[in-house]
Design a protein around this ligand. Structure first.
Ligand code: F6R
Length: 586
């Protein structure tokens, strides 16, 4: 969460460089944004509330600048709370990603010392603390000393207009330094660096980099100089645009058949290897957050049903409290589109300290989880720009399905199922089906709360449908297993309550149809997603039976429903309120 970017070097276009960098990082938070540019011994700052979009900047030329795109934690979304923040002299400025847990305590001391605060943020204590330390020690030492006083998981970039230096330090969120010719950059994401240089350093936790005339890497706990070994990045970065589509979300939904085909055709070897890890492990665990957790949950059903193998799936942030039984023989398979989610990184750190093996199934080469893992499976789904995850979910399910079949030496069968699934997805994306989906989306967008129901491997589909609808329409939606209906939720069903029912051709069919009938007899309106019509359905979207692939195809319908509901409600499906694409704050 929050994108941070900095430039120092020979060019005088720092404002434009930082501004362009922020545009690439906007997916990390889009409440507000700001840029600071060094003019002589002070910083000039421009800040705005809202998304960067097509904004123009009004800053002078300069050769040092830092910028930030915010996802608010402490303090409302206001210009005053937007970063960068200044010290009293206006020669130190800071951008920050994370939460300073002890900010109040630090602030109280600084106020007593006469420092003036202009925002409600936790961040603002940092420039003032550095200013205070500067009275006794040099700039880099002041940053180090101040950073070591902050509690919580933080990444900061600090600029000094007097010494013309940038110092970046981290113990949580990602930071990458770029080494150009006569210039240095720092960014929360490699995408901000590669337009300038492919020579980079991925900062590790508890490291600090000083960028000025030269570059130095310092250990935060000891203050000792560390040797610098820049990495040369030779990966390809795709430049994505919406193309013929109105929004990234719908574009990404349409990319799914291609992604499924790629996995079907090219992943058997790497998943065979991963299957060996699973076979040899004493205990396998899937962890992920949000949509990635739902993918893991689907994996549990695949493992059990197809490979007769048990796997534990947990919401990543809860895994912290369930790790006591991990050993060096445990296998932790992490699912994450971004590879940066702090709720996933944290338990992985702990699992590593117990010497458990880590496998990362991510969409982001070089991301934190990618670098932490012992074995990687890249989804190759291409950049996912829409905040609501669609194609990464389908890619994860494809990988998990193939992995499951690899456990019983039947990868070819998985391939055949996935190829048929891709075809079915294409059919669902055709205009005739979409017309029906739009009609239902129109009806749903006028409702106050929605339920989604599934059993077995369709239970994660119900959870995912509910999450997608919540995220992009803000309509309260609850997903739950059909069997739980009578244990509470049925009390909420009244006249006209819409319920999405996943009824594929599997052992759950009869029971889920019974649930649908129970809801209908209490006035509920049933949206059936199935391969066959039923008298229980008020609306029906047909998804052809593609065996286990049906659990992928039926979610495409839910994604489309959510997207067209957002369009109907005139909401931005790509950047929903309060959300960010990469969740790097706990
Ligand atoms: C939902 C969504 C989130 C993410 C979650 C984990 O549409 O996008 O629930 O799935 O924040 O993100 P990653 O997969 O990047 O770890």
């Amino acid at each position: 969460m929050c994108g941070i970017f900095g430039y120092v070097g020979k060019k005088s276009s720092a404002a434009k460089i930082v501004f362009d960098g922020l545009k690439l990082l906007e997916y990390r938070g889009y409440d507000s944004w700001g840029i600071a540019i060094k003019i002589k011994n002070k910083f000039i700052i421009e800040k705005h509330v809202g998304k960067i979009g097509d904004a123009k900047i009004n800053l002078p030329e300069g050769d040092l600048g830092i910028g930030h795109t915010r996802w608010a934690t402490h303090g409302g979304v206001t210009v005053a709370n937007a970063h960068p923040h200044l010290d009293c002299t206006k020669s130190i400025t800071v951008v920050h990603n994370g939460i300073v847990e002890n900010f109040q305590e630090i602030k109280d001391k600084l106020v007593k010392l006469g420092h003036k605060f202009v925002s409600e943020t936790d961040t603002e204590v940092i420039p003032h603390l550095i200013e205070e330390n500067l009275k006794h020690i040099g700039f880099a030492s002041s940053v180090r000393n101040s950073f070591n006083k902050l509690r919580g998981l933080n990444a900061i970039v600090v600029a000094n207009a007097v010494s013309k230096e940038i110092v970046a330090a981290k113990n949580g969120s990602p930071l990458i330094a770029g080494i150009g010719s006569g210039e240095f950059l720092v960014s929360s994401d490699i995408v901000g660096i590669v337009p300038h240089t492919r020579n980079v350093i991925f900062l590790k936790d508890n490291e600090m980099v000083i960028l000025g005339k030269e570059i130095q890497l310092i250990s935060l706990p000891t203050g000792k100089k560390l040797s610098i070994r820049p990495e040369k990045i030779d990966w390809k970065f795709e430049n994505t645009s919406k193309g013929k589509f109105q929004d990234f979300m719908i574009k990404e939904i349409h990319e799914q058949p291609l992604i499924v085909r790629n996995i079907a055709k090219n992943y058997s070897e790497s998943l065979k290897k991963l299957a060996n890890y699973v076979q040899n492990a004493k205990g396998t665990f899937f962890i992920g957050a949000g949509t990635a957790f739902h993918a893991g949950l689907s994996g549990t059903y695949f493992f059990s049903k197809i490979a007769k193998k048990h796997v534990n799936t947990t919401v990543a942030s809860e895994f912290n409290y369930l790790e006591d039984f991990l050993t060096k023989e445990s296998l932790v398979i992490v699912l994450s589109q971004s590879g940066e989610t702090i709720d996933v990184v944290e338990p992985v750190n702990r699992a590593k300290s117990k010497k458990s093996k880590i496998v990362a199934i991510t969409n982001s080469l070089g991301s934190t989880l990618y670098r932490m893992a012992d074995y990687n499976v890249l989804l190759n789904a291409g950049p996912e720009k829409a905040v609501a995850s669609t194609k990464a979910y389908i890619a994860k399910l494809s990988v998990l399905l193939m992995l499951t079949f690899a456990l019983i030496n039947k990868e070819e069968r998985a391939k055949e199922i996935l190829l048929r699934t891709a075809k079915e997805m294409e059919r669902l994306l055709e205009s005739k089906q979409v017309l029906e989906i739009k009609k239902i989306a129109k009806f749903l967008s006028k409702t106050r709360n929605i339920y989604a129901l599934g059993r077995g491997a369709s239970y994660p589909s119900a959870l995912e449908a509910a999450l997608k609808i919540k995220e992009v329409t803000y309509i309260p939606t609850e997903g739950f297993p059909g069997g739980e209906l009578k244990h509470g939720t049925i009390a909420l069903i009244g006249h006209g309550t819409p319920v999405i029912v996943f009824a594929p051709q599997d052992e759950t069919y009869e029971s889920i149809i019974s649930n649908a009938i129970e809801i209908k007899s209490r006035g509920g309106v049933i949206i059936g997603i199935s391969d066959r019509q039923s008298s229980a359905f008020d609306y029906f979207i047909s998804v052809k039976d593609v065996e286990e692939g049906s659990y992928l195809a039926q979610v495409v319908v839910a994604q489309l429903l959510a997207y067209y509901m957002a369009v109907e409600l005139k909401l931005d499906p790509d950047m929903p309120r309060n959300l960010a694409k990469s969740v790097t704050v706990k």
